[in-house]
Ligand binder design. Sequence first.
Ligand SMILES: Cc1ncc(COP(=O)(O)O)c(C=O)c1O
Length: 323
Amino acid sequence: MISPLKLANTPTPFYRLSRISELWNGNIWIKRDDLSGTGLSGNKVRKLEYLLADAIDKKADTIITCGGVQSNHCRATALASVRIGLKCTLLLRGEKPAVIDGNLLFDMLSGADIHFISEDRYNSNLDQELNNLASEVNVSKGKAYIIPEGGSNPVGAWGYVQALSELRQQCFEQNVKPNRIICATGSGGTHAGLLSGALIENWDVDIVSVTVGYDREETVNRIMEIINGMIDIYKLNIRIRKSDIKVIEGYLGEGYAKAGNEVIDVISEMARNEGVIVDPVYAGKAATAIKYETAKGMMKGTTVFWHTGGIFGLFPFKNRFKY
Ligand SMILES: Cc1ncc(COP(=O)(O)O)c(C=O)c1O
């Protein structure tokens, strides 16, 4: 078992959203992983505690990872690499934008070596592109460590097995018995870690995620693959069936990194009622699902909204809000 670095400010706060509960007619609590740090914040930090410990064990000096131009994972990886004295190379999907904003601004400030590639090349040839960057590092006598998109592999997902334990302790201390825990899902590592954690601890709580990228089937398959990887590597005594993996779709709107007006409204509602900022790409879509599924009567009892961070992704959307 890898012993993790300490990068995240944990335990992150856990409390009831009393005004939103009243407004949305539910009993909604929040786990604030958006507060796991400042620039180095959100769900990715918990994964990086394990991934970067593994990179150090393997004597790497350069971390290579990839994602969208506004990737939270890339921003967190760039800043975490600097924090522990490693170099970082980022492969970003898309063109360099005219305005440097949000996460990309932090990537640039961190001094990461940034490569932009077209969506087509990224989607069709990602592994090869990452391996090419790693070869360049290795040829110049460095040692590269590749982190997959979103840090979602069995090593990174273990951060969320630990996070589940943290929440369970907080629920015990505050006498909260959640029926479900809900988070946004992209590459699937967060859901995979939370679900494995619940199975390991034998905690009777539904782990539900709201897909903001792939369709439900693809998301379930990805989560399944990560959990099977964890079972293999860590010799876990758990069994997983596809039906245990609960993924909600229908809140993607026009696509990844696009937000409909209902998401924009939920972002304002959260800010004005709870002083909590959610982003339009991930946590804002999970919160929107909670609002509408609660209204449909699909979320009775107690819901924990796992805020996975990502607030810098809000800035490129600033013109969508009325002040
Ligand atoms: C803010 C935020 N929330 C949720 C997710 C989804 O996490 P995962 O990729 O582990 O499914 C991401 C992934 O990029 C993210 O940046």
